[in-house]
Write a protein that binds this ligand. Sequence first.
Ligand code: TTP
Ligand code: MG
Length: 370
Amino acid sequence: MIPQRKIAHIDMDCFYAAIEIRDNPSLQGKPVAVGGDSSRRGVLCTCNYEARKFGVHSALPTSQAFKLCPQLILMPVDMPRYKAESMKISEIIHRFTERVEPLSLDEAYLDLTGSSHFQGSATLTVQAIRKLIQDELHLAASGGVAPNKFLAKIASDWKKPNGFFAITPEMIPEFVKNLPVGKIPGVGKVMESRLSAIGLKACADLQSFGRDNLVRKFGGMGFRLFDLCRGIDDEPVVTDWIRKSLSVEDTFAQDIQGAELCLAELSKIYQEFLRRLARQEDNPVQIGGRNQLFVKIKYGDFRQTTIERSFPSLDFTYFQDLFFERYGTSPKPIRLLGLGLRWPDPLDSRQLRFDLDTRETEDRVIEITF
Ligand code: TTP
Ligand code: MG
């Protein structure tokens, strides 16, 4: 029998803002955000919990944030400092385990199955890590423990900020019942509203919908939904960091409109994408097979959509098709266009299920270093 896994997820609280406030105590207790200037169409990377009370949040245009909270203190983004802190956090985590999968600068999964620390208690290990991060770096981390990655991530979010929550195997059936479908990884705002439209709001509703119906409605994603709504997730913690996507995007000084102009811009972005792809000598990408191509569109009203599908090869016409498939249904002014390629982790065989799937995701602003 495969032993029950113990997966932890650690996520720093309002990470960039927390660093700014720690290093500038006069900001303490005030609403603080980190992001781009409103005069340059900037958006917020994040903000502290004081600012969140005003409805301010990540990815919000800075100009809108000031409307919601005029006293907001805006700090410029200082990536080198945040990266340095991220490395210190990683060092603390590695005192307890090598089986770490970083997701971003402020987030990581840990596989603590069979760990020798604290007589194998994942809870005590995560609490110790959180305490060390607080004591040594003066930053707050939230933590979660569960038998899999999906629930561990939900758990770390459950008691945020500065909280901890563990979901034991016995708790799963009851816990997932009331979980909104929007909490399921891969279910973005678009799929959430599609599910809601047919009365599927919580995982309990999905559970009674049946596998065949899910697959008929959502293709490959239906299999995954079937498992996830029951709290089942076998995704491994992938220790060896492998770059999983390469993308290029461009924000226009003025919104663009019309098929011809959009296509011309998309083509320029594609040329840049090819240049960057050619530079991937250290980590060559196999084109074709299970790779996903995607196109990202952000409209003038800041609504954002990503369309993604697997194709047999890399060709501009595929990006063009994806673009028109989405734009055709909503030909509005566009402020940002992007395109890219995601490739599967060789350790992750379950990705096969996504092959014929088109997914719409809510994108986070993720920094990709080339
Ligand atoms: P998150 O963990 O999503 O957010 P957070 O740490 O600021 O707040 P919390 O976890 O307490 O809810 O993201 C981590 C960092 O990544 C965040 O501090 C800034 C950056 N980020 C962006 O640059 N753009 C984004 O859209 C998001 C969501 C995060
Ligand atoms: Mg965080």
